[in-house]
Every structure is written in structure tokens, then in C-alpha cells.
Write a protein that binds this ligand. Structure first.
Ligand SMILES: [Zn+2]
Length: 198
């Protein structure tokens, strides 16, 4: 599989490393390859582009928060458009599979009229769990961008790396730490509220 970013996204980027000169380097490469725009003045940088979509996933996560769900949100982007979105609804639906990613992937497949989401990117505020990572592989998602890592159950590098497992028939590029601070803050405030209630 050819990477759109020439293999760069196969490297995990701890958020702290997204500082200059790293950022300059990423911007330059991204611009060279026309990822995220290339106008020298007022151009959209590589990370600006991905932060824009992660902001949409964060909006979904905030919707989950309003519904007293664990605040996780996701969007699927294809050809610069959101084709599916979702937030965690496990409590409301009493459904263990109603994770943000599953809902967003189903919506995206519905939009395109196909379960093959080749060329699409998933933006999700929390690192996908094994179930959602499995769905990413099945859907042939090209790129996975996540905000907060999940050291306990993350399946895109933390505990497992299902989306890049050579034994499976598809691998996705992974970039972690996009708007990590905001994604983590939302989760922290939710769990703090839960602890206060109990
Ligand atoms: Zn999940």
C-alpha cells in the first residue's frame, strides 16, 4: 500500500514532538506533497488541516458529554468532506457496540453506498479500542488520527496495534496526539464529575 504521506504517518508522533523544528519539517513535507494546501502565504499547514477535522470530532464528543456519555466523538472524512459522524451512545442505546467510531463508520458506509471506505480518514478523540480498530481494518480506512491515547485499551499502538497488524489484510496510517490536550481534558472532566457524584 502506498502512503499518501510517503510513510511519514507510520511513525507515531508524540504530541511534544510536534514542536519546531519538527513542525517545520512536517509542514514542509506536507506542503511539498500538497497535503493540506500549499499556498505560501496564509497556507493551511499539515496539522491545521487535521486539527480542523479533529475539532469536528470534538464537537461530537461534547454532544456525548451533554448526554452523560463518556465523551468520545468521531468523524470520517473523504475527499475533504465529512461523510460520517458519531459520538458514544452506549448508555443511551444500552449497546456495547455503540462507540463513536462504529457509528461514524456505519454512517460513512451509508453515505458512500459501500462498506469499503478506501481513501477515507477517521478522526477520533480517543484512541480506538480493539472492536473499533477491527472495524477500521474491515472498512479499509486509510488514515487514523486520534487525540488522546488510551493506555488501558488502545488498539492503535498503546496496548495493541490492530490497524497495523501484518497478519490482517489491511493496514492504516496512524497519527496520534492531534489536539490531544483538548481531547484529554474532556475525558478528565467527565470522569471527575462521575467521581463527585459517587
Ligand atoms: Zn471502540
Amino acid at each position: 500500500m502506498t502512503s499518501r504521506y510517503f510513510g511519514i504517518t507510520r511513525v507515531r508522533f508524540p504530541y511534544a514532538l510536534l514542536m519546531r523544528p519538527w513542525l517545520n519539517w512536517i509542514e514542509r513535507v506536507a506542503t511539498d506533497h500538497k497535503v493540506g494546501g500549499s499556498s505560501p502565504s496564509g497556507r493551511t499547514t499539515f496539522m491545521d488541516e487535521h486539527e480542523k477535522w479533529m475539532t469536528k470530532a470534538l464537537q461530537e464528543a461534547k454532544e456525548a458529554l451533554r448526554e452523560d456519555e463518556v465523551p468520545v466523538g468521531a468523524v470520517v472524512v473523504h475527499q475533504e468532506k465529512i461523510i460520517g459522524r458519531g459520538h458514544n451512545m452506549t448508555e443511551r442505546l444500552q449497546d456495547p457496540t455503540a462507540h463513536a467510531e462504529m457509528i461514524a463508520l456505519s454512517a460513512a458506509a451509508n453515505t458512500l453506498g459501500t462498506w469499503r471506505l478506501e481513501g477515507a480518514s477517521l478522526y477520533v478523540t480517543l484512541e480506538p479500542c480493539p472492536m473499533c480498530a477491527g472495524a477500521v481494518v474491515l472498512a479499509r480506512i486509510e488514515n487514523v488520527f486520534f487525540g488522546a491515547p488510551d493506555p488501558k485499551a488502545g488498539a492503535c499502538s498503546s496496548q495493541y496495534n490492530i490497524v497495523q497488524d501484518g497478519r490482517l489484510n489491511h493496514r492504516s496510517n496512524v497519527i496520534s496526539g492531534v489536539l490531544r490536550g483538548e481531547c484529554e481534558e474532556l475525558l478528565k472532566s467527565f470522569f471527575q464529575k462521575v467521581r463527585e457524584k459517587t
